[in-house]
Write a protein that binds this ligand. Sequence first.
Ligand code: SF4
Length: 97
Amino acid sequence: MSVDVPDTKFLVPVKGVEKSIKLDDRAKSELQAIGMMDDKGKLKLKGVSPKMLKKMKLEAVDCPVFEKELGFVQCYVCSNFHSRIMGKVYCKGEPLS
Ligand code: SF4
């Protein structure tokens, strides 16, 4: 879905999934680089409680940029992530490789 919000190209609904979707290697190295994941692969997201993180792991988006289903944690830390309002991600939609 396209939207008319500045800086936002897509409005992507967040959906629930039964099994958490693993972070891919790209996301892991980005998270480690910005200090949001330790060497053991444990996430340390600023401002996100363990309870919230658990919930986020069981959420996903059908990402219009990568054209695949991604876990919400990965979306949340993506450089295109603008905000999440009422169960929808405001995604900047910049091409990412
Ligand atoms: S913020 Fe990133 S992961 Fe989330 S929908 Fe946009 S491009 Fe995909």
